[in-house]
Design a protein around this ligand. Structure first.
Ligand code: ZN
Length: 149
């Protein structure tokens, strides 16, 4: 468990310091604002979908290390996937981060599975799920903002 916890800390800090795909996207097909009032995390997620595939995904924002790291890891995981694959990943991540007894195997999700460590910090769960809810909103709705409340 300590090893998992170390890996969790390491990964969060690395992504917080060097967020991947941290940029605006002028030619995005969708841009959605996500807000977690509980912590003050705010981000804007950009996606470019073409032929039901997520060709590009990026984000900008301010927030705690977990919200920023989670968004950064999301962009790495979702880029190039089909919309269906991205939605399945959202469902798995939502299960992993919010269920008391997740059916999803963290090991099957690679780096993303490490985020399951957030279970040890219940106050941080919404920080970790914010970017995923924002992605879900971008892919499945016409809304341009979402809040974790
Ligand atoms: Zn937060």
């Amino acid at each position: 468990m300590n090893e998992m916890s170390d890996l969790y800390q390491e990964l969060i800090l690395d992504h917080k310091r060097h967020p991947r795909n941290f940029r605006e996207m002028p030619d995005a097909t969708r841009a959605v604002d996500g807000h977690n009032p509980l912590c003050g995390d705010q981000l804007r997620l950009f996606v470019k979908v073409s032929d039901r595939r997520v060709e590009d995904v990026s984000f900008v924002g301010v927030g705690c290390a977990i919200s920023m790291a989670s968004a950064s890891m999301l962009t790495e995981a979702v880029k190039g996937k089909t919309v269906e694959e991205a939605e399945r990943l959202f469902a798995d991540m939502h299960d992993l981060l919010t269920s008391a007894h997740p059916r999803t195997d963290p090991a099957a999700l690679g780096n993303l599975g490490v985020l399951a460590g957030v279970h040890e910090y219940p106050m941080r769960v919404k920080c970790a799920t914010l970017s995923w809810h924002t992605l879900d909103t971008a892919l499945n709705t016409e809304e341009d903002s979402v809040t974790t409340e």
